[in-house]
Design a binder for this molecule. Structure first.
Ligand SMILES: [Zn+2]
Length: 344
C-alpha cells in the first residue's frame, strides 16, 4: 500500500436507530487497519500465555504425583518388611514359648523328685525348715511392665516382642542353670543319704557285735582236742565205782595243752583246791559261769577281764584226777548245766 493511501481519510457512517439521524465518524485508513490488528494480536498473546502456564502447572502436578506415588511405594515396602519381621519374631516367640513350656515341665518333674527325696529322707533328719523353703516353681507374667509413649502399633508390637524375647532368654538361661544343677544336687543328696545309711548300717552291725560280745555267753570249745571221755550227768565214779553225778564234761588232752576261755567275762576265781586241783572260774553275764579244772598252770588272776578264746591256762591232772584231761563245767545261777547246751 502506498503512503498516500494510508493518509487517506475514511468516513464511518454509524446508524443507531430509525428515528435518530446517522453519525459520521472521520478517521484515517491506518487507524482502521491497525486497531483490529492490535486487538487480534493481544488476544493471541493472551491465549498463548494461558496455554504455556497451564502446561507448566500440569507438568508440575505430574511431578508431584510421581513423587507422592514413589513415597507411598516406599512406605508400603517398609510396612511389608515390618510385617514380615514381626511375623518372624512372633514365630520365634512361639517356638521359644513351646521350648520354655517343655523345660518348665522338666523342671517341675525335677522339683517333684526333690520333694519325693525330702519326703523320703526329710522325716529322719527332722528339719522342717527344708520343707518350708521348698515352694513350687511358678512363673507370673502379670506384673510385666508394658506401655510407655504412644507410637505406631507395629513399632510398639516390635518393642514388646523384643522385650518378651529378652525375658525368654533370661528365663531360658535360668532354666539352663536349674536343669544343670538340680539333677546334680539330687544325685549328691542321694549319695550323701546312701553314705549315711551305709554308715548307720555298719554302726548298727558293730553295736550288735559289741552287744553280743558283751553278752559274753560261753560258746567256744575250750581246748584243741575234741575227744570227750565223760559227759554231763550220772555215771560210775572212776574212784569208787559207785553211781555219782558228774557236774561237767571231761575232755582228753596232753598236759600243757592250751586252755581257752569259752566266752568273755571276768575271772572270779583262779586257785588250787583239793578235788578241783588248779581251777579257774570265769563269770559271764546272765548268771553264767564256766569252770576249768585239773589245770597244770593258770595265767589269769581274779578280776581279769577275759575275751572269748583267750588262753587262760594249760591242761593238767591236778586234784582228784586219774590222768591229764580238762573238766569243763557250766554253772547257771549256781546250778551245773550240760555244757553241750552252750559249746559245740
Ligand atoms: Zn570231770
Amino acid at each position: 500500500m502506498k503512503k498516500g493511501s494510508l493518509n487517506r481519510r475514511m468516513t464511518l457512517l454509524v446508524i443507531r436507530d430509525a428515528q435518530q439521524p446517522p453519525k459520521q465518524l472521520q478517521c484515517s485508513t491506518a487507524a482502521v487497519i491497525l486497531v483490529p490488528t492490535l486487538v487480534i494480536a493481544s488476544i493471541s498473546t493472551l491465549v498463548i500465555g494461558l496455554q504455556i502456564r497451564s502446561s507448566h502447572i500440569i507438568s508440575q502436578m505430574e511431578t508431584n504425583l510421581a513423587v507422592q506415588s514413589l513415597q507411598m511405594e516406599v512406605t508400603v515396602a517398609d510396612k511389608d518388611a515390618a510385617i514380615g519381621r514381626l511375623r518372624r519374631e512372633v514365630m520365634e516367640l512361639t517356638n521359644q514359648a513351646t521350648s520354655i513350656r517343655e523345660r518348665l515341665q522338666r523342671v517341675t518333674e525335677l522339683e517333684q523328685q526333690m520333694q519325693q527325696f525330702i519326703r523320703k529322707h526329710g522325716k529322719s533328719s527332722a528339719t522342717s525348715s527344708s520343707k518350708a523353703t521348698m515352694t513350687p516353681l511358678s512363673w507370673d507374667a502379670s506384673g510385666h511392665n508394658t506401655g510407655g509413649e504412644l507410637i505406631t502399633v507395629h513399632e510398639n508390637t516390635a518393642m514388646l516382642t523384643r522385650q518378651a524375647m529378652d525375658d525368654f532368654q533370661e528365663i531360658e538361661s535360668l532354666l539352663d542353670t536349674v536343669e544343670r544343677t538340680v539333677p546334680r544336687s539330687i544325685q549328691q543328696a542321694n549319695a550323701v543319704q546312701q553314705n549315711l545309711e551305709q554308715k548307720q548300717a555298719a554302726q548298727l552291725l558293730q553295736t550288735r557285735r559289741l552287744a553280743l560280745a558283751e553278752q559274753g555267753k560261753p560258746s567256744a570249745w575250750p581246748v584243741g582236742s575234741r575227744r570227750m571221755t565223760s559227759s554231763f550227768g550220772y555215771r560210775s565214779d572212776p574212784f569208787t565205782g559207785k553211781s555219782a553225778f558228774h557236774s561237767g564234761m571231761d575232755i582228753a588232752g596232753q598236759t600243757g595243752d592250751p586252755v581257752y576261755a569259752a566266752g568273755a567275762g571276768t575271772v572270779l576265781e583262779a586257785a588250787s583246791s583239793g578235788a578241783r586241783g588248779k581251777c579257774i572260774i570265769i563269770q559271764h553275764p546272765d548268771g553264767l559261769q564256766s569252770w576249768y579244772m585239773h589245770l597244770s598252770s593258770m595265767q589269769v588272776t581274779p578280776g581279769d577281764r577275759i575275751h572269748k578264746g583267750q588262753m587262760i591256762g594249760r591242761l593238767g591232772s591236778t586234784g582228784r584226777s586219774t590222768g591229764p584231761h580238762l573238766h569243763f563245767q557250766i554253772v547257771k545261777h549256781n546250778q551245773p548245766v550240760d555244757p553241750l547246751l552252750y559249746v559245740q
